[in-house]
Structures are given as C-alpha cells and as structure tokens.
Ligand binder design. Structure first.
Ligand SMILES: Nc1ncnc2c1ncn2[C@@H]1O[C@H](COP(=O)(O)OP(=O)(O)OP(=O)(O)O)[C@@H](O)[C@H]1O
Ligand SMILES: [K+]
Ligand SMILES: [Mg+2]
Length: 710
C-alpha cells in the first residue's frame, strides 16, 4: 500500500525539481534516441531534415571516393562537411528527443502507479453487502463497485451512492484529500486513487486500457501526439522552400560548368543545406512537444496539440458559475415561508421534496431541516421521486397516499420554473413571493421556491396548487477572482459567466467576481448555442466547466477545460483537464498557448533570416575564382572557399543545438497585444537572425584558420 504512495510522490517531486531542462537520465536517453532517429523512415515526416540526411549520406560517399582517388586535401574538406551534416541531423533529433524525454520519464512514473487492485463488484444495484471480488482489469463499463476506506478505486467512474474523501495524489500530485460524492458536479473518480474514509459505490465508466491513467500516460509520453493543422501548414511551407532551393542549387551546376569552374557535389550539398530552413525544420516538433509538456507542468492535460494552439488565440472565455467562479457548495441556509404558512411546514415540504435528491443542494436541505426543526428523513410510502434536471430546474416528490387516488405533490426549484408549474396547476403567484425572491437573489444567493399541489378525483380534475415559501442557498465567490479577470482583460480576453441560475443572482455574483458579462437561466442547449454564436463571429472560445450540463458546451468550445473534480461526462467532452480544478488556470493555459505560437513564430523568423547570411558566405566562395566581380559580395572576407563553406555548415549545425533550450522553454511571455508583440519579435529574431550568422561564421572561419583546419 505505501509503496505506490511513494511512487506517487516521486512523480510529483520529479516534476517539481525538473525545471532545469537538462537532467542526467533524460539527457542520456535523449542522446541515444537522437542516434536511433537517424533511421531514414523516421526522417520522412520531416522533409527538411530528410534532405539533410540524404546530403550527409552523399557527402560520406564522396569522402570515401576522395580517400581512394585523392587529393587528400579535398578528402579532408569533404570529411569535415560530411561530419557536420551528420551533426546537423543528430542535433535536430536531439532537440526532439529532449522534448520527449521529460514526458517519457513521467510516463514511467505513472505506469508504476498502475497497481493491480481487487475490486468489489456488486451483484445487484442498491445491495452493498452483496459483492464478489474480481480483478480490476476484469471490470467493464457499467459495472458497480463498492470502494471502502483504504481501498484503491479500481477504475474510472462516477460515484452513484455515498460520499467519501479521496486521496488523488497519484494523478494530481496534491496530497490534500478531496471529497467525491454522488449527484452533484463532483462525482468523477479516477482509477488508481484511494478512498481514505467512508465508502462510495462507483459506476465504472471506462473499459481497461481506455482509462484516464492510460490516456494520461499516452499523452505525456507523446504517443497520442499528432501534428496540428498549423504545424502541417508550416511543414508544407518548409518543404516547398526546400524544393525551391533544391532546384536552384541543381541549376547552378550547368552554370558552373559553363564558366569552366565546375562546383563539387559536396559544395552543392553544403550550399543547399545552408539555404533550406534547417533551424526551424530541426526544432519544429520539439517546440510543439515542449508546449504540451509545459501544460503538464501546470497540471493541465491537453488532449491535443491543436487545443494548446487554440488556447494561444482565445478571444472569449466562458465560465460556469457554480463551482467554477463560486466555491460551489451551495448550502441551504434558511427557510423563508410566505405569510400564512408555518416555517415548520415549509421545512417539512422542503425535506419531503429532497429525500431522494442526491445533489449537494438537496442534501443540504435535508441537513438544515434536520438541524433547525428536528425533522427526520423517514422514508415516505408510495413516493415517486422527481429528480433534478438542468432542463426543468426543479425536483420533488409525488405522494400517492389514499385509495381515492388523490395525489400530493411537492416541487422545489428555480423561481420561474416553479411559478410556471404552480400557474399551470391553476394556482396563483403573488407580489410577496416576487419581492422575497428578488431580495434573496440580489444578495447573490440562489432562491429555491417550494410549492405543493393537492390533486383530487380519479381524473385529476381538481387541483389546488400554492407556493409555500423560499429556501435560500448560499454560495461564496472564490478569492482572487477579480484580479484574475483583470489580467485576462489585459490579455484581450473577454470573460462571460454562464449559469443555470436566475438573472438577479447571476448579476450579483458577476458583479462581485468582476466578469465582463453574464448569461443567466442557461440550459445545456443555450450554453452551446452561445458558443456557436461566438464562433460564427470568428472568435475562438474557451470554456471551463465541471458539470454534466456543461459537457455539450465543453465539446463545442475550441478550448474546453474540464475540472478534474467534475463529472466524467465533462472530462470526456473537454479537450483539456485541469488536475487542480482551478477555473482561473485558463490564464496559464492561454499563456502556454501564446508562448508556443510565439516560440514557433520567432524561430521561423530567425531561421529564414539566418539563411540570408549563409548565402553571403557561400556564394562568393563558390564563384570568386571564375567571377572576380563577385568580390563586391564577399563582405565577410573569409579565409578560403573551403573554410567559408565549412564555417557556414558548422554554424548551421551549431545554431540548432544552441536554440534547443529556447525551443524547450519557450520565449519569454509578456501580456502585450498582438501588434506590439509581433513588432518586438520581428526586431529581436528577424534582426538577430540576420546579424548572428555573420558574426558566428566569421568567428568559426577564424578558428579554423588558427587551428590549421582549413
Ligand atoms: N437539487 C435541486 N432541486 C431543485 N432545483 C435545483 C436544484 N439544484 C439547482 N436547482 C435550481 O436549478 C437552477 C439551475 O441549476 P444548474 O445546475 O443547471 O445551474 P447552476 O448550478 O445554477 O449554474 P452553473 O451552470 O453555474 O453550475 C439553479 O439555479 C437552481 O435554481
Ligand atoms: K539552413
Ligand atoms: Mg451546476
């Protein structure tokens, strides 16, 4: 038992202590992997590096040829070019392997937390005593299992009965236990976590091999990674540039032969490699993997690279109110009867309507009725319970008491829903209720209206409906919300709170939390259509939520972040899961996304600018003998044609390895608008890309001369 707790700790500690990118074991594994990735089949997915590797093979063959035929000086030069071309490919492989390395180490640690547990599978529903022991891998979707204090939860699922505190450190790394309970938006449990106290019945929601832990392992390991549309587009651009330069270089040859100064194959290959965008070609995939990894560092699991990119461009953020902006344990705090109704009979009706209400709201009503009025939850005879739904916004009970077929119904729910219900049953709703609801809602609390109906006669012809009073549900806005929303505003992101609650409560909470806008009385459908509307206007929408009623919207959003505490439905629909269940995590998610886009943009700019300088180094070197007029181009004054070419190739390889840390860490993020950010990057990486190679190639050339290598 304690061993896997230890493993758990090590996965978190590893992550925390790991902020230096280069650590021993990861480095060793990456070095080996960069040799493994020399396999040409692997290189096929990266056209730029594929061409470089073919060039390495050609120059190696050339070297062997010169070894045999001489002259030795030429063999020496060709050897230098061949070696540095191999290095170019290996450095690019190394960048990718380093990016993958941390994920692989985490996947290993996670695998160790997968223990083979025994499960207590219930033979029938509602009979907790009656179970059989089976191995966790034998569980299937839909199975019900009992998990008691001390047991490891055998698979992913939703709590359908009971409340328990759960140690989820195996996946979240947080040691504080969390509460998981049936009925509300905190029902999801994850296989491999442990129940600390009490018991729960869990309905298994994933077959073996498809669990959250499996998906998490595949994700951090990069096994599930696919190229994003942006990456594919950039790759096509890089491939096109490569083809253009390839054609340009090939057509140089007849030109050179005509000038009676044929250029060697090695020189042509060197020229080609220097001109094609090897820097970004070599670092592109590392940048993407590192972006996903930075999400994991922040305890966010991004299911796709596409979601991470979309996060960088988000315009609108939709947040759900209860549990996301507020603490979410909406508790009944008082019963307020209408005139002529006794407080106790309101409490009695409220209790009756909540006996089978498994939501936290419902349970809190039972508790309050109990504490305040000593009322007890004796099971009602002949009761049909009406569970809460986000569509009806009501819950209650029908009591079929008497032989004469009379019916007694109690309903509680959102004010407008219950009002409509009462009016449809022939009752009336007065001024007094209106005022009461307004007062409670304006304070940010949620009013639940309680009504009763007596139905008489076999055909239900005689109905008598009336409102009894209101239950006040109190909720609290989480701390630090306003600051976070201010920050989002600075980043150019609009925040909208959406809630199933009434407009007055929504307005009060919205004001207190400092969101830009809100939408009240939202159903799952309206949440979804709001997102579609925004998307139709060309905006990228992010949404955070936890409830089952958020699931369709989470799936529709460009970036859907589900709280780990939420329901399985929400977690499955979303394309990110926040293990810390912190709704304002989206700020960090956006930052990581922006950082990814900026890093890719900056290194692409740098790479292309960079190649210009190599052009100035190599072209004069190639043709100076034949065309002395080209002296004007020879602004770098490199020692010899050979040293010029070799210096350019060496620089071209070294720049990749030099930029690996930047590719892995990402460029520094600043909350600036898109315009200033672009200008700043063009200045640094465009201008830098132009200047750095001139200096670098010149220095390498000097060094080669000093060392008598050229
Ligand atoms: N157990 C319940 N029984 C009856 N009515 C309820 C119950 N729980 C909530 N309601 C009413 O239904 C409304 C809608 O609830 P729903 O869960 O869809 O949204 P919400 O939790 O208020 O908001 P959010 O979407 O931010 O979570 C609530 O505002 C409340 O008035
Ligand atoms: K290049
Ligand atoms: Mg809700």
């Amino acid at each position: 038992m304690s061993t896997d707790t230890l493993e758990t700790k090590s996965w978190k500690t590893r992550r925390k202590s790991d902020n230096s990118i280069f650590n021993g074991p990861i480095l060793r594994r990456a070095l080996l992997d960069s040799l493994r990735k020399l396999d040409l089949r692997w290189q096929l997915k990266n056209p730029v590096m594929f061409v470089v590797e073919i060039g390495s093979v050609i120059t190696t063959v050339e070297f062997v040829r010169y070894l045999i035929t001489g002259p030795a000086s030429e063999a020496f030069f060709v050897f230098g070019v061949a070696v540095w071309l191999w290095f170019t490919v290996i450095f690019a492989n190394f960048a990718e392997a380093m990016a993958e390395g941390r994920g692989k180490a985490q996947a290993d640690a996670l695998r160790k937390t997968r223990t083979t547990t025994q499960a207590k599978r219930l033979k029938q529903q509602n009979r907790r005593e009656d179970y059989e022991e089976v191995a966790a891998p034998d569980l299937r979707k839909g199975d019900l299992v009992l998990v008691e204090a001390g047991d490891v939860i055998p698979g992913d699922g939703d709590v359908v009965e009971g409340v328990a505190s759960v140690d989820e450190s195996a996946i979240t790394g947080e040691s504080a236990p969390v509460i998981r309970e049936s009925g509300g938006d905190r029902s999801a449990v994850t296989g491999g976590t442990r129940v600390l106290s009490d018991w729960v019945v869990v309905q298994i929601s994933a077959n073996p091999g498809e669990t959250f832990l499996d998906r998490m392992i595949a994700l951090v390991e990069g096994a599930a990674r696919q190229k994003t549309p942006n990456e594919i587009a950039l790759n096509i651009l890089l491939a096109s540039l490569t083809i253009i330069f390839l054609l340009a270089v090939v057509t140089l040859e007849p030109f050179a032969i005509y000038s009676k100064n044929p250029v060697s194959i090695t020189t042509l290959v060197a020229l080609l490699v220097c001109l094609i965008p090897t820097t970004i070609g070599g670092l592109l995939s590392a940048i993407g993997i590192a972006g996903m990894d930075r999400m994991v560092q922040r305890n966010v699991l991004a299911m796709s690279g596409r979601a991470v990119e979309a996060a960088g461009d988000v315009d609108v953020l939709l947040l759900d109110k209860t549990g996301t902006i507020t603490l979410g344990n909406r508790m009944a705090s008082r019963f307020v009867p209408l005139q002529g109704v006794e407080e106790k009979s309101l409490a009695q009706a409220a209790l009756l309507s909540s006996l089978a209400d498994e939501t936290p709201e419902g349970r809190s009503i039972v508790v309050l009725a109990n504490e305040r009025y000593g009322l007890h939850d004796e099971a009602a005879e002949n009761a049909t319970f009406v569970p809460f739904s986000a569509q009806t916004r009501m819950s209650g009970v029908d009591l079929n008491g008497h032989a004469d077929g009379s019916l007694y119904k109690v309903r509680k729910g959102a004010a407008d829903s219950v009002k409509t219900y009462v009016q449809e049953a022939g009752g009336s709703v007065g001024e007094e209720l209106e005022k009461l609801v307004t007062t409670i809602a304006s304070s940010g609390s949620t009013p639940l209206v309680v009504a009763e109906t007596h139905v008489q006669g076999q055909d239900g012809s005689h109905q008598d409906a009336r409102v009894l009073g209101v239950i006040e549900l109190k909720d609290i806005v989480k701390g630090g919300m306003r600051e976070r929303f201010d920050q989002l505003r600075k980043m150019g992101i609009r925040t909208v709170m959406i809630t199933g609650d009434n407009p007055l409560t929504a307005a009060a909470i919205a004001r207190e939390a400092g969101v830009d806008d809100f939408l009240a009385q939202a159903t799952p459908e309206t949440k979804m259509s709001l997102i579609k509307e925004q998307q139709a206007g060309g905006r990228l929408v992010a949404m955070t939520g936890d409830g089952t009623n958020d699931a369709p919207a989470l799936a529709q959003a460009d970036v859907g972040v589900a709280m780990n505490t939420g329901t399985q439905a929400a977690k499955e629909a979303a394309n990110m899961v926040d293990l810390d269940s912190n709704p304002t995590k989206l700020i960090e998610v956006v930052e990581v996304g922006k950082q990814l886009l900026m890093t890719r943009g900056a290194l692409t700019t740098f790479s292309i600018a960079n190649d210009v300088a190599k052009y100035f180094a190599i072209i004069p070197a190639m043709f100076m003998v034949a065309f002395p007029q080209l002296e004007a181009l020879n602004i770098m004054h490199l020692a010899t044609p050979h040293s010029a070419i070799l210096s350019a190739v060496i620089f071209n390889a070294l720049i990749i390895i030099a930029l690996v840390p930047l590719a892995l860490r990402g460029v520094a993020y600043r909350p600036l608008g898109a315009g200033p950010l672009l200008r700043r990057n063009l200045l640094i990486y465009g201008l830098g890309g132009l200047i750095v190679p001139f200096v670098g190639i010149k220095l390498i050339d000097l060094l080669l001369v000093i060392l008598h290598l050229a």
